[in-house]
Design a protein around this ligand. Structure first.
Ligand SMILES: [Zn+2]
Ligand SMILES: [Zn+2]
Length: 317
């Protein structure tokens, strides 16, 4: 049982999306074509670039930088800042998150965060947008292939009241193309090849960031342990943390979603946590929420006790 003294943002003071939506058995052709053609185009154009130019380290470095900046705009921005309000950030940081978050082609922050709050509130259930009980592929990517029937669309108030969030939502498609493909192509051009920038930091990076963040909805609900709760499928895995910018400690996150950390120990690989903490030293972020150690230990202990009790019960049978 969750300690009563700890309030999660999903239970108290945080608006959950009032979006009544359900997936219909019709393909969303825009999403389907984009998600299936980007990996093919990424491989073909990257091969063409490497064939003509060899291994150009500046272009590879650009792609790696874009991989981290855009991916952590999702984990640090869309997820921990805007979905969970696990810390506060100034408008400059928020704007950077929104610009580079759009570059991942994962929806506007408004829509992404609404879906994510529904995921937490209805995890593993019918209303969970990426319900793992519908299988690995559905939770990973399949859910995006289907059309959504919006019955009643009311987004969370804290998000609709946020001018920057609404600005990004309004200009989402322009920002996607400009930040996701235009900017890497332009920087690639100045590094010697527009094709290199487009293929590596644009297309290939979009594909990598897609699947690394999709892993959070799929493998992070399959691979690993459940030290804090077994009432949902979310799991902790150090391996998954490497592929998800630190979001692999997902069992902890589902139990304590307001904590700005997902990996709570100093040695846990959580680059998103390190980014938020570093930004706090220069005053760009503040009010970093951390669950008291006592409550973390209590949750762990209760889980161990529960496991022991069920083992004894099984032995007694
Ligand atoms: Zn989850
Ligand atoms: Zn979350």
């Amino acid at each position: 049982m969750k300690p009563e003294s700890f309030e999660t943002n999903l239970e108290v003071g945080m608006d959950i999306a009032h979006v009544t939506q359900k997936k219909v058995a019709k393909l969303d052709w825009v999403n389907t074509i984009f998600l299936t053609s980007t990996p093919i185009a990424a491989i073909a154009l990257s091969w063409l670039f490497f064939k003509n130019n060899g291994l150009v380290w500046s272009q590879v470095a650009l792609a790696v930088i874009f991989y981290f900046v855009t991916g952590m705009s999702i984990t640090g921005g869309y997820h921990r800042l805007l979905s969970h309000r696990a810390y506060k950030a100034n408008n400059f940081v928020k704007l950077v998150y929104l610009l580079f978050g759009a570059a991942t082609f994962q929806n506007s922050a408004l829509k992404w965060c609404s879906d994510h709050r529904i995921h937490h509130n209805h995890v593993d259930g019918e209303k969970d947008p990426y319900n793992i009980n519908k299988g690995f592929w559905y939770a990973h990517i399949g859910w995006i292939f289907y059309q959504e029937k919006i019955v009643d669309q009311k987004f969370p108030k804290d998000l609709t009241n946020d001018k920057l969030v609404m600005w990004q939502h309004k200009y989402y498609w322009i920002l996607c193309v400009v930040m996701g493909f235009g900017l890497p192509t332009l920087i690639g051009y100045f590094l010697g090849s527009a094709l290199g920038g487009f293929a590596l930091a644009g297309l290939a990076r979009v594909v990598f960031v897609h699947h690394c963040t999709f892993f959070i909805n799929s493998l992070c609900h399959i691979v690993g342990t459940r030290p804090y709760t077994d009432t949902n499928t979310a799991r902790d895995s150090a391996v998954m943390a490497v592929f998800s910018y630190g979001e692999g400690y997902h069992n902890y996150h589902h139990y304590f979603p307001t904590d700005y950390r997902n990996g709570i120990r100093w040695f846990h690989f959580d680059p998103t946590k390190w980014l938020i903490k570093t930004l706090s030293y220069v005053g760009f972020t503040n009010d970093l929420k951390m669950v008291p150690e006592k409550l973390i230990n209590q949750a762990k202990l209760e889980m161990r006790l529960k496991n022991c009790t069920s083992n004894f019960t099984a032995l007694g049978k």
